[in-house]
Design a protein around this ligand. Sequence first.
Ligand SMILES: C[S@@+](CC[C@H](N)C(=O)[O-])C[C@H]1O[C@@H](n2cnc3c(N)ncnc32)[C@H](O)[C@@H]1O
Length: 251
Amino acid sequence: MIEEAALSLEHSQTRKSDAQREHEQTCARVASRFGERWLRIYAWRKLRSDPIFPAAFELLANSTQPLVDVGCGVGLLAFYLRERNFRPPISGFDCDRRKIERASAAAKGRYCDLDFREQDVCDPIGPRGNVVLFDLLHYLSPNEQSRLLERLAAQLAPGGLLMIRDCPRERGARFWLTQLAERFAQVTTWNVKGPLHFPTREQIFATFAPEKFAGTLRPLWGRTPFNNHLFVFRRHAAEAVLARAGHSDNL
Ligand SMILES: C[S@@+](CC[C@H](N)C(=O)[O-])C[C@H]1O[C@@H](n2cnc3c(N)ncnc32)[C@H](O)[C@@H]1O
């Protein structure tokens, strides 16, 4: 009995270290795609230290729907997913031309079905599919945030996923440290300048009525001192919506 438990523990540790090795090799491959040394170092550090990339992979790995990356930056998520054999088309949108140019250059001749476009995400977004918004919302005003979420939620297919990674506004050291770090990053890096509007959890959930979406929220700060959380909303299948409507009619 004890031997079996030890063997199963060893087996699960081996599986875990295989997954970790695959993740690290993926991070190194993605980083090597960029032309500039500083960007290779940034990409490698960001991919290795931020738990959002493997978390997104876990959630999307079995989906065949296209992916829309809203506020895609230099395309790290798209490259990470491709390197882990995620096949569906990916469209990335960002208003920063410098980032879109770098993402497009890194993708050229290496990956299929990746499309990076310079666009303000407050304007309508054409492609449909699963949607991610990682570290984007707080750059938009509260009205822009709710309009964007409403538009994206309305476009989501039955069974489709919308993931938001952001830092909800709330009391506590983690929130204040995130805000401080973001302000510092605005001064010292190429992040968008302007006021920051961190939404509350309630503001994010407000767009996703439980009759239409299953929503979950979990902390996703890894080893950082920040208040990053992952919100995941999945649109119910059409039958589930009808069943719920029927159920509430009968109440
Ligand atoms: C902190 S970066 C996150 C990049 C990427 N999602 C990631 O996790 O690596 C936020 C991105 O949102 C973009 N952004 C901010 N406001 C935007 C807007 N109104 N339209 C399009 N992109 C926007 C910025 O240019 C920036 O690339």
